[in-house]
Design a protein around this ligand. Sequence first.
Ligand code: COA
Length: 336
Amino acid sequence: MTASIRPAVGAPHARIWGVGGYRPVRVVPNSELIERIDSSDEWIQSRSGIKTRRWANDEETVAEMSIAAAGKALAHAGISADQVGCVIVSTVTHLKQTPAIATEIAYRLGAGGGRAAAFDVSAACAGFCYGLTLANDLIRGGSAEYVLVIGVERLSDLTNPDDRGTAFIFGDGAGAVVVGPSDVPGIGPVVWGSDGSNSEAIEQTESWEELRDNAEATFPTLRMEGQKVFRWAVWEMAKVCKEALDAAGVAVGELDAFIPHQANMRITDAMIKALQLPAEVPVARDIAESGNTSAASIPLAMERMLETGEAPSGGTALVMGFGAGLVYAGQVITLP
Ligand code: COA
């Protein structure tokens, strides 16, 4: 007789219960960068909206920033690390191929008594929304009660200070959320996908093999076809935003906040226009002070909007990440 397998029993729904961020101490204004790229503060602000970014010091490692952000998110949620069954770390700047940085972070936090499941996700600037999607499904599928999703980057490690197209864009930081069970839906259906035909649009300049085999190779950095990424983001990502709203059954006018990935202020403005977002809906503009922090940008912006009172706790927000891969993911959420 075939054994019958008892199915995992999950929560009816999931939501974000807490958010926390870590911003490196060092603030880097445009004036520090412009000489090497023959640029100006005015040019950078008008093309990207960026005034400053944070760059991590030697002590502000991927693990340290993550632990600081996660600690704040756990406190905000009122959840102990013991209760966390899984730690997901979205990052493209943990510069060691294996093991995943998530295991060290989980252990040091004491997640699940130091034994929580833990893994990294590589989905660049969509990494936070990818992690959130996994957390939602893990909780509803019964694989974990609480999941910590961390987006963290030290992009300064992979930035070429002489590259005019990227030197001013990227920043460092970490943002984390605690996702857990809920009686009502707090994370709407995800609209996500990828476009590998444009995988070279944002990429690491050399692979690790090239670095090993080519004596001339220098340490890799990130390169970007700025105009291609800009066009893709403006045209395609507004459609994804609309699909995510439709999938959740939420009208654009019902939003209490729009928190897109902080890629570029002009991309955000173009999405607002395409979405016909009512002027009274607050929009995350953390990029002005933080630059583009890839997987960290949405939780960092979310924390700021809640702290400043721009967005209400318990309100409805649209989050949307997009970037290297190319990859994207968007969903409607209830704010913690
Ligand atoms: N400072 C000053 N001038 C610069 C410059 C810089 N850093 N970089 C380029 N320029 C100049 C060019 O030389 C060119 O001058 P010209 O018209 O006299 O030839 C002009 O600005 C336009 O160059 P271009 O490379 O076409 O710039 P752009 O308008 O595409 O702007 C970005 C560059 C990077 C700001 C823009 O492409 C962008 O925002 N892309 C999306 C980036 C993004 O959001 N990435 C994150 C996705 S996750």
